[in-house]
Ligand binder design. Sequence first.
Ligand SMILES: *Cc1c(COP(=O)(O)O)cnc(C)c1O
Length: 414
Amino acid sequence: MKIPFSPPYIDDDVKREVLEALDSGWITSGPKVLALEKLVAQQIGIDHVACCNSATSGLMLLLHWYGVTRGDEVIIPAYTYSATALVVMHLGATPVLVDSGADFNVDINKIRDKITSKTKVIMPVDIAGWPCDYTALDALVNEPEIQKQFIPKNETQKKLGRILILADAAHSIGASYHNKPIGNWADFTVFSFHAVKNVTTAEGGAMCVTLPEPFKNEEVYKTLKLWSLNGQTKDALAKTNGAGWKYDIVYPGFKMNMPDLGAAIGLAQLRKYETHILPERKRVFDLYVQHFSKYSWVQLPPHNSEHKKSCYHLFALRIKNITEHQRDQMIEHITATGVSVNVHFQPLPLLTVFRERGFKMDDYPVAYDSYSREISLPIYPELDSIKIDFIVNAVAAAYHLARHLPLSSGEGQG
Ligand SMILES: *Cc1c(COP(=O)(O)O)cnc(C)c1O
């Protein structure tokens, strides 16, 4: 059976919304982007969301907004997608890697030792849609001893007076922590609308602006929109709508705006995200949990917590007591049945760019352990119980093959 890993959710409503954009004669940043920003803000329960052309762009723009530059350090998890680190490097700053905990997320207890007088930002990542401990992070950056170490280098940093928390929430739109949606818990939170994410605009991202007083989030929102469109005082739509041809460039900005054509996809998806797409992802997740609970060799992804609700972006299965090589063999066996799986993530020190910069996998043993035993299974609304049975059986058979156990053997079944 052919089962893709993560196809985009495209139904008639998505097609209708995209066609409407095409027929309107306006396909780049315009009313659809503004509508998407409003809808994200409404669902998260905040006032200011600025869309851009990727989560990567949004993260980089926000680091730049905080004045992060050469000589600065930004703390990120070792266990994440490379973009979390690359945005730091694009600004000339240094990513400082921290090992993960058993739940895949950055180990907050290990962050403290990595904070120096050069630390400007911490970027937590809600891996697989499972929220980090934001209250612990908040407490950490507000500790008097930690705050005393902080050396502001510009007015913005002086105004905040501490390390900025910039959440890479590429996986976690729709997740919540202490009953409040992700998007409320950091100084800034960035969602990804890349094609494989829970909600997509093909390529795209959204920046949630939730800075504390005395910052004016409305002003920051306007700044981010300006800086993401070349620092140009009038966007293309304003110019066509009779606002006059003349504009000014008031900041050396970037070209990071989201087109309406993409926003249309996201808009139609987001309208049914909480009522349909998210419950369907949960259904698949729960079915996997039910099936895999039978096997003593399976380590289920984190899913039970009073204070955390996942948005089920990934089903990150871990197999107990196998080597990286056996995991790779399992993936080969599973793929041979037609089921596409993935690994999230190769910790950064395994990748050439980071290895060449001196990062060593041995320094992040928990991240390596999770990676070496991890297989991400397909999870999306179109998976019915027949397909899920097929996937579970494919994984179980692959386990027995990789461990050279007879398929009929009861070994490892609990
Ligand atoms: C997908 C992803 C990103 C990048 O998102 P884009 O929208 O593709 O830029 C960043 N961080 C993590 C953890 C991701 O999974």
